[in-house]
Design a protein around this ligand. Structure first.
Ligand SMILES: Cn1cc(C(=O)NCCCNC(=O)c2ccc(F)cc2)ccc1=O
Length: 116
Protein backbone atom coordinates (compact mmCIF):
# COMPACT_ATOMS: atom_id res chain seq x y z
CA UNK A 1 0.00 0.00 0.00
CA UNK A 2 1.07 3.61 -0.57
CA UNK A 3 3.31 5.27 2.05
CA UNK A 4 0.60 7.64 3.22
CA UNK A 5 -1.87 4.81 3.87
CA UNK A 6 0.79 2.79 5.71
CA UNK A 7 1.56 5.82 7.85
CA UNK A 8 -2.09 6.40 8.72
CA UNK A 9 -2.51 2.75 9.76
CA UNK A 10 0.59 2.96 11.93
CA UNK A 11 -0.64 6.16 13.59
CA UNK A 12 -4.10 4.66 14.22
CA UNK A 13 -2.45 1.74 16.02
CA UNK A 14 -0.25 4.11 18.03
CA UNK A 15 -3.23 6.26 19.04
CA UNK A 16 -5.19 3.17 20.11
CA UNK A 17 -2.31 2.32 22.44
CA UNK A 18 -2.22 5.90 23.73
CA UNK A 19 -5.97 5.75 24.43
CA UNK A 20 -5.48 2.49 26.36
CA UNK A 21 -2.73 3.90 28.59
CA UNK A 22 -4.64 7.16 29.09
CA UNK A 23 -7.76 5.24 30.20
CA UNK A 24 -5.72 3.23 32.69
CA UNK A 25 -4.23 6.39 34.20
CA UNK A 26 -7.62 8.12 34.38
CA UNK A 27 -9.01 5.12 36.32
CA UNK A 28 -6.25 5.25 38.93
CA UNK A 29 -7.13 6.37 42.50
CA UNK A 30 -4.34 8.97 42.38
CA UNK A 31 -5.35 10.50 39.05
CA UNK A 32 -7.62 13.18 40.61
CA UNK A 33 -5.07 16.05 40.46
CA UNK A 34 -4.51 15.43 36.75
CA UNK A 35 -7.99 14.76 35.35
CA UNK A 36 -8.73 18.40 34.54
CA UNK A 37 -6.66 21.58 34.01
CA UNK A 38 -5.40 23.05 37.30
CA UNK A 39 -7.96 25.61 38.48
CA UNK A 40 -6.06 28.90 38.31
CA UNK A 41 -8.73 30.63 40.46
CA UNK A 42 -8.02 28.07 43.20
CA UNK A 43 -4.23 28.33 42.52
CA UNK A 44 -3.61 31.92 41.29
CA UNK A 45 0.21 31.53 41.07
CA UNK A 46 -0.06 28.47 38.80
CA UNK A 47 -0.16 30.37 35.49
CA UNK A 48 2.93 32.40 36.43
CA UNK A 49 4.99 29.40 37.53
CA UNK A 50 3.88 26.79 34.97
CA UNK A 51 4.47 27.87 31.35
CA UNK A 52 2.90 24.79 29.69
CA UNK A 53 -0.13 23.55 31.66
CA UNK A 54 -1.25 20.04 30.68
CA UNK A 55 -3.74 17.50 32.03
CA UNK A 56 -5.32 14.16 31.07
CA UNK A 57 -8.52 15.68 29.66
CA UNK A 58 -6.51 17.91 27.31
CA UNK A 59 -4.48 14.92 26.11
CA UNK A 60 -7.70 12.95 25.52
CA UNK A 61 -9.05 15.87 23.47
CA UNK A 62 -5.83 16.04 21.43
CA UNK A 63 -5.97 12.31 20.66
CA UNK A 64 -9.62 12.56 19.60
CA UNK A 65 -9.04 15.69 17.52
CA UNK A 66 -6.11 14.09 15.67
CA UNK A 67 -3.57 16.61 16.99
CA UNK A 68 -0.84 14.03 17.61
CA UNK A 69 1.26 12.97 14.60
CA UNK A 70 3.09 10.25 16.58
CA UNK A 71 3.04 8.45 19.91
CA UNK A 72 6.11 10.50 20.86
CA UNK A 73 4.01 13.68 20.83
CA UNK A 74 1.61 11.94 23.23
CA UNK A 75 4.38 10.86 25.61
CA UNK A 76 5.84 14.39 25.52
CA UNK A 77 2.50 15.84 26.75
CA UNK A 78 2.19 13.13 29.41
CA UNK A 79 5.63 13.97 30.76
CA UNK A 80 4.74 17.69 30.85
CA UNK A 81 1.98 16.79 33.36
CA UNK A 82 4.43 15.09 35.72
CA UNK A 83 7.21 17.64 35.29
CA UNK A 84 4.76 20.51 35.98
CA UNK A 85 3.62 18.62 39.10
CA UNK A 86 7.18 18.37 40.42
CA UNK A 87 7.75 22.07 39.72
CA UNK A 88 4.65 23.26 41.56
CA UNK A 89 4.29 20.74 44.41
CA UNK A 90 6.45 19.50 47.27
CA UNK A 91 7.43 15.86 46.86
CA UNK A 92 5.76 14.95 50.18
CA UNK A 93 2.52 16.82 49.46
CA UNK A 94 -0.61 14.82 48.47
CA UNK A 95 -0.47 16.12 44.87
CA UNK A 96 3.32 15.71 44.74
CA UNK A 97 3.08 12.09 45.86
CA UNK A 98 0.26 11.42 43.39
CA UNK A 99 2.43 12.85 40.61
CA UNK A 100 5.35 10.56 41.43
CA UNK A 101 3.17 7.44 41.56
CA UNK A 102 1.31 8.34 38.36
CA UNK A 103 4.58 9.01 36.56
CA UNK A 104 5.95 5.62 37.68
CA UNK A 105 2.74 3.92 36.57
CA UNK A 106 2.79 5.65 33.18
CA UNK A 107 6.46 4.92 32.41
CA UNK A 108 6.19 1.26 33.44
CA UNK A 109 3.02 0.73 31.39
CA UNK A 110 4.47 2.58 28.43
CA UNK A 111 7.55 0.32 28.46
CA UNK A 112 5.33 -2.78 28.55
CA UNK A 113 3.52 -1.65 25.42
CA UNK A 114 6.66 -0.33 23.74
CA UNK A 115 9.48 -2.82 24.36
CA UNK A 116 12.72 -0.94 23.51
C1 LIG B 1 -1.68 19.07 39.19
N1 LIG B 1 -2.12 19.86 40.34
C2 LIG B 1 -3.37 19.66 40.85
C3 LIG B 1 -3.79 20.35 41.95
C4 LIG B 1 -5.14 20.10 42.52
O1 LIG B 1 -5.34 20.24 43.70
N2 LIG B 1 -6.11 19.67 41.69
C5 LIG B 1 -7.41 19.23 42.07
C6 LIG B 1 -8.08 20.03 43.18
C7 LIG B 1 -9.42 19.54 43.51
N3 LIG B 1 -9.97 18.71 42.47
C8 LIG B 1 -10.34 17.46 42.77
O2 LIG B 1 -10.19 16.99 43.88
C9 LIG B 1 -10.90 16.66 41.67
C10 LIG B 1 -10.76 17.08 40.34
C11 LIG B 1 -11.30 16.31 39.31
C12 LIG B 1 -11.99 15.15 39.63
F1 LIG B 1 -12.54 14.41 38.64
C13 LIG B 1 -12.13 14.73 40.95
C14 LIG B 1 -11.59 15.50 41.98
C15 LIG B 1 -2.94 21.30 42.56
C16 LIG B 1 -1.68 21.50 42.03
C17 LIG B 1 -1.25 20.76 40.90
O3 LIG B 1 -0.11 20.91 40.41
Amino acid sequence: PPKKERGNKKLAKEMAMCRTVLAELEAHDEAWPFLLPVNTKQFPTYKKIIKSPMDLSTIKKRINEGVYKSKDEFTADMRIIFNNCETFNEDDSPVGKAGHSMRTLFEARWLELNPQ
